[in-house]
Structures are given as C-alpha cells and as structure tokens.
Design a protein around this ligand. Structure first.
Ligand SMILES: [Zn+2]
Length: 76
C-alpha cells in the first residue's frame, strides 16, 4: 500500500472514531449533566476537523504532476 492510501485510511478512521467519541461523550454529558464531559465532546468535534484537514490535504497532495507543478503536489 502506498503512503497516500495509508494516510487516507488514517484520516477516515480519525473522522469515524471521533464522531463515535463525540456522540458518546455528548450523550453521557447531557444525561449526567456533566459540563466536563460536554466540553470534552466539543474537543472531539475539533479533532474531527483536524482529521478532515488531514484527509483533504492528503487528497490534494496525491495529485500527480502537471504542467505547472512538474514534480507533483506532494509539498502542499
Ligand atoms: Zn498543479
């Protein structure tokens, strides 16, 4: 498996795992009225954003070279 494929899988797993954590933490936080748990679910939301940026950045970087970028887009 190549590097871009591995990074893509890591991004997708990061997004799915953090959605799972977000839902569990938010549910438990609201049920138990725990502000700490609710705040931690917001932190998971920001982790989803970070994983999404990994996914998008990787997608752009995996583009092959073109007329303007002869060596590919890996350094994006
Ligand atoms: Zn280009």
């Amino acid at each position: 498996m190549d590097r871009f494929k591995n990074t893509k899988i890591a991004g997708i797993l990061g997004i799915m795992g953090n959605i799972f954590l977000l839902v569990i933490k938010a549910a438990v936080g609201f049920i138990s009225n725990s502000q700490a748990m609710i705040a931690d679910s917001v932190n998971s939301a920001s982790d989803i954003f970070a994983s999404l940026m990994t996914f998008i950045g990787n997608k752009i970087a995996s583009k092959p070279g073109d007329e303007n970028h002869n060596f590919g887009h890996r350094k994006i």
